[in-house]
Design a protein around this ligand. Sequence first.
Ligand SMILES: Nc1ncnc2c1ncn2[C@@H]1O[C@H](COP(=O)(O)OP(=O)(O)OP(=O)(O)O)[C@@H](O)[C@H]1O
Ligand SMILES: [Mg+2]
Length: 267
Amino acid sequence: MTKMIEVNRVRKSFKDVDVLEDISFSVAEGEKVALLGPGGSGKSTILKIILGIIEADAGSVNLCGTDMVGVSADERQKTLRNVGMAFQQGALFDYMTVAENLTFAMEHMTSKTPKQMEDKITSLLEGVKLGKTKNMLPHELSGGMKRRVGIARALATDPKVAIFDEPTSGLDPVTSTIILNMIDALIDGDKGKTSLLCTTNVEIGIRYADRVILVNEGIVAADGPWRDLLLDGPEWVRNFLSVRLIGLDQDYAVELDLPQKFIDAHW
Ligand SMILES: Nc1ncnc2c1ncn2[C@@H]1O[C@H](COP(=O)(O)OP(=O)(O)OP(=O)(O)O)[C@@H](O)[C@H]1O
Ligand SMILES: [Mg+2]
């Protein structure tokens, strides 16, 4: 199977803080993966290293077949055309309308005609239930709306790989569910698309993907199907995953399809 993201023995320190000590994982074409870990564990740093926004101190990253370490600016730009990233902070251009933000991405990353861009904007904004916001500026939108525009922008370029950094953090549960369902609908409608969703929120992570990669204290603490890790992972992993889940309503736990053994033990 083709690997779209390969992170191999990556290390990264900021000043004297070792954030990433030894990170390795890969994501195959068409795979949907959640990258989980406590706040400050280095999830966003991993994503920025994958995109070549920051440089690793050691190790290698391969993105869509391109070795991103020591890559030329041109080659990197070309590779990034295959990737859509929704940043944790939204990162919309404040002085551009919603439609202009999406157009800007498409003009730089694709060869779509103006008509194709317009159609894409219409269908994506309708997909994220923001059909009426085309001509609005980011400051006129709520936090959740801005997040949805960031997601639409990440997907506007029809990327092979879509990366979402904390798409729901700081949002209420209802808005979070709307956003997650929206991402799901957009990703599942395109079977070949590879995606990585990064979050501290275990519930969001396990709703998004069967496979989770759990980062803690600079290393990959676990990587596999979350149901297996929840029941049989190392103690820290079981605790990290279960803390958030055991507080849930029992009907909801059933809806999430938590393992029966876990439900029997906690409700
Ligand atoms: N450019 C930087 N300069 C200095 N330290 C940084 C920089 N970027 C990240 N860090 C540090 O690296 C650590 C990991 O940060 P990072 O943002 O990757 O974590 P995270 O897992 O994404 O956290 P959160 O869940 O809160 O988003 C933090 O201690 C942070 O202060
Ligand atoms: Mg982060």
